[in-house]
Design a protein around this ligand. Structure first.
Ligand SMILES: [Zn+2]
Ligand SMILES: [Zn+2]
Length: 251
């Protein structure tokens, strides 16, 4: 066995390990992060019974991706189940531990965990959990859609001022300005049906700030040749690319 079971890169020198040195390191960091940072943070959110973020209003006919709307409780349950499963693999009795004890059992058994025959699958499952937790722990209004990963088509999100972005899917790093430019090109293929306010909210998800009043003005002045009225009052089918381009001229 010479390829890492996680990143599929050849391992040099060849070892009996399933994961390469890099992946072992990252996997271990994620395990520590889950018990040390994420679970305590999620639990305190749950105790305050706070909803994470605000539900995003999605217009009926928009074809944009679904808003992130996850409850802390689901994330906690999934995280704890992962810890219980791993702890149980170390010793069957550990599976019944509460999450903190399970986590301690795991971090005290680094060698066992990293060399488990299921390590690659466990790592992949943990990555998914960590990603969801991370998204939930970042206030939604601080994240914007930067674009799409040129390598694996995953959605790339980040803060508006991000200089670079790492894909959660394939872990490749990209320069944010180029990703955004490609995204704005692609926005020409995205239509959204709703009021000017809906369109403004949708653009905000991409970090593009425009007021609904300005969109209404553009409509009145006939500047939006790609916007078509619907049978509903004040509702149009907008072309997001056109709105983004006009906004660009407006700056
Ligand atoms: Zn690897
Ligand atoms: Zn990717």
């Amino acid at each position: 066995m010479t390829d890492c079971q996680h990143c599929h890169k050849p391992m040099k020198p060849a070892t009996a390990n399933l994961l390469c040195a890099n992946c072992r390191e990252t996997y271990w960091t994620l395990i520590r992060q889950l018990g040390h940072v994420q679970l305590p943070a999620l639990r305190s959110i749950m105790l305050r019974q706070a909803r994470i973020g605000t539900p995003t209003h999605t217009p009926n006919k928009g074809n944009a991706p679904l808003p992130i709307d996850t409850h802390a409780q689901d994330l906690i349950a999934e995280s704890e189940a992962w810890l219980a499963e791993q702890a149980g693999k170390i010793r069957t009795a550990y599976a019944g531990y509460d999450w903190r004890k399970a986590w301690y059992a795991i971090i005290s058994n680094r060698h066992t965990i990293l060399n488990m025959s299921t390590a690659a699958d466990d790592y992949a499952a943990l990555e998914h959990i960590i990603r969801r937790n991370e998204q939930a722990l970042t206030p939604e209004d601080e994240l914007i859609i930067l674009g799409t990963c040129p390598n694996c088509d995953s959605m790339l999100t980040g803060t508006p001022e991000a200089e670079s972005v790492t894909c959660q899917g394939c872990h490749r790093e990209w320069a944010a300005p180029a990703i955004k430019a490609a995204r704005d090109e692609r926005l020409w293929q995205v239509r959204i049906t709703g009021t000017p306010s809906d369109a403004a909210k949708e653009l905000k998800r991409y970090g593009l700030t425009v007021s609904r009043n300005l969109i209404s003005q553009w409509l009145k002045r006939g500047k939006l040749s790609h916007a078509t009225p619907t049978e509903h009052k004040r509702q149009y089918t907008f072309n997001l690319g056109e709105l983004a381009a006009l906004l660009d001229c407006h700056r």
